[in-house]
Design a protein around this ligand. Structure first.
Ligand SMILES: [Zn+2]
Ligand SMILES: [Zn+2]
Length: 182
């Protein structure tokens, strides 16, 4: 049995759509609810597998609408597959662009993509009162050292690559197994 989106995600999706300029159609609510309920970013196929009775075109359109309206964002995977997650990726360009910036973790083994929320607060923003430079300032210096004083960074996209917990566990198990048999 496939798990359907939990009712509270459905309500949340409906609420977000009603607050947005989009019309809250049944398809958009279902697609957004499945994104909201997902632990990691979803490919078309993942969503199709969850919403089996939705036709492909409707699904594509709903995803496009949600992305355009900033209720979802898409992330290009290293396997050339786009994956979607709820929430806005980055703010419109500008001085206050950093507020909603978030990073991604891409697993190099299973290609799943996870959103890392509030990267900005945790990493990029300077510590108040501390003498340490924020990562943002350090990267600005790296940029200018490398390319010249005239260069200014506005946005930094953070992608961390590695193994997700599941894959790391599997790899660890393999290694132990190999060592035993060697
Ligand atoms: Zn993985
Ligand atoms: Zn994301």
């Amino acid at each position: 049995m496939k798990k359907t989106a939990a009712p509270d995600f459905h309500a949340l999706a409906e609420h977000q759509l009603r607050e947005s300029p989009l019309r809250a159609t049944d398809a958009r609510i279902k697609v957004l609810a499945s994104l909201l309920g997902a632990h990691h970013a979803q490919s078309h196929q993942d969503i199709q597998d969850t919403l089996t009775d939705m036709d492909r075109v409707t699904l594509y359109r709903a995803l496009d609408c949600l992305t355009d309206a900033g209720l979802a964002h898409k992330i290009a995977g290293d396997d050339r597959v786009f994956r979607y997650n709820a929430g806005i990726e980055q703010h419109e360009a500008g001085d206050h662009a950093q507020q909603h910036q978030h990073g991604h973790f891409k697993c190099t083994r299973c290609a799943r993509v996870f959103c890392i929320e509030n990267v900005d607060e945790k990493l990029f923003a300077g510590n108040d009162g501390a003498n340490t430079k924020s990562l943002r300032q350090q990267l600005q210096k790296v940029l200018q050292d490398a390319l010249g004083k005239g260069f200014q960074s506005h946005d930094i996209e953070l992608t961390i690559k590695g193994w997700c917990a599941d894959c790391a566990t599997k790899a660890g198990a393999l290694k132990t197994g190999a060592r035993k048999s060697a």
